[in-house]
Design a protein around this ligand. Structure first.
Ligand SMILES: Nc1ncnc2c1ncn2[C@@H]1O[C@H](COP(=O)(O)OP(=O)(O)O)[C@@H](O)[C@H]1O
Ligand SMILES: Nc1ccn([C@@H]2O[C@H](COP(=O)(O)OP(=O)(O)O)[C@@H](O)[C@H]2O)c(=O)n1
Length: 650
């Protein structure tokens, strides 16, 4: 059994992408297997839990093909050949590993089958309550028996009756998406309409995935109904990143002054994003940029700027939609100022571990002040945490929550028995290393003549690699624009130099691209006007201008790794970077590209001036690789650039 050691970090500056959503991955594997036709699933969670669900479907006759996998873990992209609701009897017991979701959802499907099957799991899963699904499934007429050592626990023997299930209207005694989903999945095989009423809102992935697979269901407040006898229709889907995995990093960054973290493509289903709302209520600075609603599930990028958190009270109605995030929110409470109150959460006691007791024990071991209640805890934040040797209690979320706590604790914290992390977050340790030992920032230098495609390829590379993109031409243009505003002639070198002392020039980053403010003004499109085009090369030839701007260009590296494009990036600004490209194109092609943009530009004149000036002329820098883009599409140039950079060790 492995352990993870962590020491405190002073800052957290990273761009990460967490693996696919666990809840959606389970449902996707089940629905694609039941569907009529072939479904391609992208960004499937390659965890042990989700692999178990996939193997369960395979043992029921569903074939699948792996298109991509995360080495050492499991498939991330696959094609599932649906069985159009006709499953085969398995010839083995179905092992759900550590996964409560997998077991409870599959129970809904298997209880409805004319053949008998057995669902089992690991020790932890064999001690979790199954009565909550056995009750409604029995009410539907299913044969179902809990044969575990603990009463009402797995292994479960299900199905085997020739009779079709009967539809029921079930008032759920607890707010549980797993119970709701088990009944609705069984309802697909039953006669007439099956419905469930939940006492409070729970995550609605099943409803959304039903819709995606063209299953008609009716949602009326907290009541969801589905008619049996429908056959799901295969439909490709993309699974966004799991917000419950993102939660660990959200807490780490939000509680660390000076941190800046971006988490890309995170699922932002309203029934799942309560953790973001609670952290914002605690004072966290989190920006949400929605991207899209793909396959019925909304997702976007989250940017967190670190600061100081305040304690809060978790409201009873928030608990069901926050249950997986409570352990790490408790850690946030210990790091925050003031009190954090978590009540009405006794469900935590029957998760992968008794999460009230395990969180309280570990927090106390790190010096936090915590009071334990039957249904929650109260944490008085603000006490400095110290390192400790901690147990994970075979619980992935406990392990990860306390590794995050260790990032803030004085000394070396050790969390034992961390293998279970793979049940929900394969690659966690890789992301942890990225956060703990951020690699020194590096620069990719792209030079070339006007309109060769430098900015286009720089922008695309920056997007692909998660880097910031700096357009240095805009900085020279900003000085040229300022000289126009100040009525200084471009040939008046002394006047331009004197102006440099008078203007307030700020070079920053917005939306991961460069932004230049002259006396507080972003000149925007005016930077590409004729008046600027015709004087910028003369201004850029002035050594004092170059000295000032080169210094500001080098300063950008403090903010993060970057792609910078211009004329002298590889030769002067970052001569030591191994990553140098020179993007070229014939003059004819470049003129055509500029005029296609509707811009009259003195391209040839500028090229002549840029190549012939004394200070930092345009040259192919030593070690740069030339890409002649004249006959290449943008995609080809980007692919070529990527493969050159890889060959240079990127
Ligand atoms: N390989 C290419 N094929 C076709 N058009 C391109 C290519 N690269 C860039 N362009 C287009 O040419 C124009 C100039 O490109 P840009 O990236 O602004 O050049 P630069 O930054 O070198 O001045 C843009 O409209 C861009 O879309
Ligand atoms: N690193 C750089 C970038 C631009 N420049 C100057 O700034 C001008 C405008 O640069 P730009 O990158 O916006 O030009 P285009 O290639 O987009 O036409 C160039 O013609 C150069 O004179 C420079 O001297 N050094």
């Amino acid at each position: 059994m492995s352990s993870i050691k962590v020491t405190p970090i002073k800052s957290l500056n990273a761009v990460i992408e967490v693996p696919g959503d666990k809840s959606i991955s389970h449902r996707a594997a089940i629905m694609a297997g039941l569907a009529d036709g072939v479904t391609q699933i992208d960004n499937y969670l390659p965890s042990e839990d989700c692999l178990c669900t996939l193997e369960a479907m395979a043992s029921l006759g569903v074939q699948y093909e792996v298109l991509e996998r995360l080495e050492g873990y499991g498939p991330t992209s696959l094609r599932i050949y649906g069985q159009a609701m006709q499953l085969n009897a398995p010839d083995v017991e179905i092992d759900c590993g550590n996964s409560g979701t997998g077991m409870r959802l599959l129970a809904g499907v298997l209880a409805a089958q004319p053949f008998q099957s057995t669902l089992t799991g690991d020790e932890s899963l064999q001690s979790r309550p199954m009565g909550r699904i056995m009750t409604p499934l029995s009410m539907m007429g299913a044969r179902i028996e809990a044969a575990g050592e603990k009463e009402g626990c797995a292994p479960m023997i299900l199905g085997g009756s020739a009779e079709r299930l009967q539809a029921i209207h079930y008032d759920m005694p607890m707010a549980s998406a797993q119970v709701k989903s088990a009944v609705l999945l069984a309802g697909l095989f039953a006669e007439y309409e099956t419905s469930v009423r939940q006492p409070a809102e729970t995550r609605d992935h099943t409803e959304r995935i039903f819709d995606h697979f063209q299953i008609d269901s009716t949602i009326d407040g907290h009541r969801i109904a589905v008619h049996g006898g429908q056959i799901p229709m295969a439909n490709d889907l993309y699974i966004p990143g799991d917000i419950s995995s993102a939660a660990f990093w959200l807490v780490a960054a939000a509680a660390m002054p000076g941190a800046e973290l971006k988490i890309k493509k995170v699922g932002l289903n309203p029934t799942r994003k309560a953790v973001v709302d609670v952290l914002i209520r605690m004072g966290a600075d989190i920006r949400v940029d929605m991207i899209s609603e793909d396959s019925g599930e909304p997702y976007g990028d989250l940017t967190v700027i670190g600061g100081t958190l305040q304690g809060t009270e978790i409201l009873p109605e928030e608990v069901p939609n926050l249950i997986d995030e409570i352990p790490v929110l408790a850690v946030a409470g210990a790091l925050a100022e003031g009190r954090m109150v978590i009540r009405n959460a006794s469900e935590l006691r029957v998760k992968e571990s008794d999460r009230i007791s395990t969180v309280v024990t570990n927090l106390r071991a790190m010096g936090a002040e915590v009071e334990e209640f039957d249904d929650g805890m109260e944490i008085t934040g603000g006490r400095p945490l110290h390192a400790a040797e901690l147990e994970s209690y075979d619980d992935h979320r406990i392990a990860m929550s306390f590794i995050i706590a260790g990032l803030f604790a004085e000394g070396e914290t050790v969390v034992h028995n961390t293998d279970f992390i793979n049940t929900s977050y394969p690659g966690f340790q890789h992301d942890l290393e990225k956060v703990m030992n951020p690699k020194p920032h590096f620069a990719i230098a792209i030079d070339g003549p006007a309109a060769s495609g430098k900015s286009t390829v720089a922008r695309r590379l920056a997007e692909k690699l998660g880097l910031i993109m700096i357009n240095t031409g805009a900085m020279y243009r900003a000085i040229a624009w300022a000289s126009i505003q100040h009525g200084i002639d471009a040939s008046d070198t002394e006047g331009v130099i004197a102006m440099l002392d008078r203007i307030d020039l700020r070079c920053g980053v917005r939306d991961r691209g460069s932004i230049i403010l002259v006396d507080g003004v972003d000149a925007g499109d005016a930077l590409r006007e004729d008046a600027v085009n015709s004087r910028v090369s003369a201004i850029a030839a002035i050594p004092e201008v170059r000295r000032l701007l080169v210094e500001k260009q080098r300063d950008y590296l403090e903010l993060g790794s970057l792609v910078m494009e211009g004329r002298d990036i590889g030769s002067v600004v970052f001569p030591d970077t191994p990553y140098k490209l020179y993007v070229d194109a014939s003059e004819e092609v470049r003129l055509a590209r500029r005029s296609a943009e509707g811009l009259a530009d003195v391209v040839s004149q500028r090229d002549k001036e840029d190549s012939s000036r004394k200070t930092s002329p345009l040259v192919v820098a030593e070690g740069a690789t030339v890409i002649d883009s004249s006959e290449m599409t943008i995609e080809e140039v980007v692919d070529e650039a990527m493969s050159i950079l890889k060959s240079k060790g990127l």
